[in-house]
Design a binder for this molecule. Structure first.
Ligand code: NAP
Length: 309
């Protein structure tokens, strides 16, 4: 068993900020990351709404800077260490990751969220062969091709705009007749001649031969179906929280987001949640960073309280 004062799960903006704060508070901290930094922020091509970067910054560079800064103050980061289970043992929170067990007085969950699947035929078969959940990762494979994006939120519209720089044409397929995305993104996309909107439309099937060739679309208003030839389809229909390792232990809402108080404390003493994994009104880097700071400071107070007992 490896013993720390604080364990943080997840190396996104929330976890790295929490780590920066706990390391600066001289709390012995380990941050566990399932892979390498690979979360949603890391995969964002250009971030324009995180203050301090008037020209925008790539998610990758921002996360690398967060990591560098936290490490400078002594944060220990263990990559390829996937939290599988959390147990309570006396006053300790124990995280099990494969053969390894880590214990600490306080645990900060910053495990983020991951892409939802459409659940249609062909989606799994062609994943990585035309079906993608990350335009900035895979977009370059579709140079001068026609591609589709599914969804109507910020992610879908950003993906569509990004893909216009690579693809010949981008179809944005949305199940309603209006977008959910921020107005600034909406107006950019609506004014882009390379983007064609297919409103009130859902994907029923993804077909291909070795790679994606066409989508079977259905208009939800009149139930008519049609085929759309595309080389790739980017699915951006929201996300679900990464909470498998903590399910049943802390209180969650019906979608699995962890319920916390205003200081990021969960229903279990000594366990805090920060960033996209937490139930909240706005999931952005700016709010994740704020959560990370709050959770770290709440964890610090919690540990002080325990040590005084
Ligand atoms: P989101 O805001 O939840 O939007 C999901 C979109 O997918 C909605 O338009 C939804 O349609 C549609 N959808 C959901 N399930 C579907 C299904 N089964 N079939 C077809 N369409 C479906 O998710 P997101 O765009 O991934 O964004 C997630 C969070 O990250 C948001 O808080 C967002 O603001 C944030 N984000 C911010 C930025 C930025 O600020 N630059 C960039 C990316 C993401 P309905 O509209 O009909 O519900």
């Amino acid at each position: 068993m490896e013993d720390y004062q604080v364990i943080i799960i997840g190396a996104g903006p929330a976890g790295l900020t929490a780590g920066l704060y706990t390391a600066r508070a001289h709390l012995q901290t380990v941050l566990l990351e399932a892979m390498i930094p690979s979360g949603q922020a890391y995969m964002t091509e250009s971030i324009e709404n995180y203050p301090g970067f008037p020209e925008g910054i790539s998610g990758r560079e921002l996360i690398e800077r967060f990591t560098q800064q936290a490490k400078k103050f002594g944060l220990e980061i263990l990559q390829f260490t996937k939290a599988e289970r959390v147990e309570l043992e006396g006053g300790k929170r124990v995280v099990i990751a494969g053969e390894k067990r880590f214990s600490a007085s306080a645990l900060i969950i910053a495990s983020g969220a991951q892409a939802n699947k459409l659940g249609v035929s062909g989606e799994e078969e062609f994943a990585g062969r035309g079906v993608s959940y990350c335009a900035t990762c895979d977009g370059a494979f579709f140079k001068d091709q026609e591609v589709a994006v599914v969804g109507g939120g910020d992610a879908a519209v950003e993906d569509a705009l990004y893909l216009t720089r690579i693809a010949r044409k981008v179809f944005l397929i949305h199940r309603r007749d209006r977008l959910r995305a921020q107005k600034i993104l909406q107006s950019r996309a609506l004014g882009d001649p390379k983007i064609e909107f297919l409103w009130d439309t859902v994907v029923r099937e993804i077909r291909g031969e070795g790679a994606v060739k066409e989508l079977v679309l259905e208009n939800v208003k009149d139930s008519t179906q049609k085929e759309l030839a595309v080389g790739g389809v980017f699915i951006a229909i929201g996300q679900k929280p990464n909470v498998d390792f903590i399910r049943g232990l802390v209180e969650m809402d019906e979608q699995g987001y962890i319920i916390t108080d205003q200081n990021c404390a969960t229903s279990v003493a000594g366990i805090f949640a920060a960033g996209d994994v937490r139930k909240k009104a706005l999931r952005q880097i700016a709010t994740a960073v704020g959560d990370g700071a709050l959770a770290a400071s709440a964890a610090e107070r919690y540990i002080e309280g325990q040590e005084m007992k």
